[in-house]
Write a protein that binds this ligand. Sequence first.
Ligand code: SF4
Ligand code: SF4
Ligand code: FES
Length: 557
Amino acid sequence: MEAGANRNSAPNGALKVQAMPTFLLDGKEIEFAPGETLLRAALRHQAEIPHYCFHPGLAVTAQCRMCLVDIVDMGNGKGMPKLQTACSTPASAGMKVESRSAKAREGQNLVNEFLLVNHPLDCPICDQAGECDLQDYAFRYGSGRSEMQYEKRTYGWRNVGTFIALERNRCVHCSRCERFSRDVEGSHDFGMFLRSHELTFDTFEDATITHKFQGNLADLCPVGAITNRDWRFKKRAWKFKKAPAVCTSCSTGCNVTIQHHENKVYRIQPRENQAVNRWWMCDEGRINFRELNDRETRIAEPHARVQGVLRPAAWDALYEALGARLKELGAKGAQVVGLADTHASNEELFLFSQLLNTGFGGAAVYFRAVEGKQQEQPPPHVKDAFLYTLITTDKSPNTAGARALGLTGDATGKKVVSALRDAKVVLVLGNPYGGNGEDAAIREAAKGSQLIVQIGTHQGPWSAAADAILAACTYAEKAGTFTNKAGRVQRILPALRPPEAAREPVRILQELFALLGQPQEMGPAERVLAAIGSQVAAFKGLTWEKVGDLGTPLAGT
Ligand code: SF4
Ligand code: SF4
Ligand code: FES
């Protein structure tokens, strides 16, 4: 192409980009993609139209009628005589839509009043209060009165799943639960029963839901009809502080929010990330926060084994003793073995492997190289089986990170047992090879060494075997990144306050470098990630900012 020549045929040199069509919502111009509905386009522009039944991950049924709008011009100069549901009406160019006009407001008022006909006055004891669409819309779009003069029909509540409860009096009949269980999860436990005044949503034949995605039903329910029993009546929703995180229960790394109050976690909910988990997560990940609240087995301070007994020790005293012992042993190369848990972050695995490699003259770091597979299979009629790709057989969040950082993978532990034969010093990050059977053989082999040091958070088989335990922060108390099964690097941020004497593992690892006389002052996790980005090909150019809230793929994935 000649210099200065246009890349397109526009005579004035401007790019010929097709402008998106627009419609007017309450006088504001809204762009829309072909086929997009009024509600979807409005929500993309942060414009509010009240709605219950619409959910971007579910089929549109226009069931609740809350999103009524007044289409005063269809784009052809003619208006629609009756109010329309914004969730099921495709936008067209030049439309004029009113969601605040007297006519639209009257329709919304009436729908809201109708939904409250049988609704109990439960807000003071309802777990949904504070994040309830019905409560919010009743304030903003309700009529503030009821003309109902007769007794409300009442249904009881019952447990419908392993940890969810159904309170049918509060149901607004939006059918989100039914559509999720029919189209997304596929077991179709929920159905709509009876009609008119008696209409109710329930499980077929009062069956109990047993699938592994039940928590999504509580998230989807726009009111307090389906709630999570884990925090039922324990905390008001407005008390929660929320921190973005990544689930650590398998290698998918679903994006989540850790919700806590007074340093205790009450709830984990999925955080939307279309590239990872869309709006969903599995129940195993949802309830794994119970360990974060476990104070009984928590290692809250460093420990040293003195005359065969583990005793709490001050950091300085422990480091002094550890430095002296390491000097005395003078272990290098094959005499030192590192074992890494893939629940550790990329930053920790990087520093740990550097420590073993440069600090201990080429010592190797082993991790359990699990080949994760999809664990659950969808029922044959489910068209989009995405939900079932979430749970993998690799129950750790960072196996891909360990691979990308070049640690030595050993799925069975046989290489580890053989390496431990010559080991004088064993350094353990977390709780790797922490099961029974072959893992027990690894710990047995490690007992032949002269020093076992663990960086750990909770009591377990390695802390029972260790001579020194360096008390570390859990994933909810630290910053860092994990690399998921698809090679996506994702951030975690501190949600909870760690015990006073526990430290972030990246700090502990840098202190160990200093103990060996080779200080590596990289600082916090974000600076360690920058170092990884400049030194490890797979992470080339990655920075804390680039990873952002939704993660970013490794180079070449
Ligand atoms: S579902 Fe909403 S409106 Fe109904 S009792 Fe609960 S908080 Fe109140
Ligand atoms: S239980 Fe909740 S999700 Fe299901 S229909 Fe009722 S309000 Fe909708
Ligand atoms: S959101 Fe449109 S009818 Fe329910």
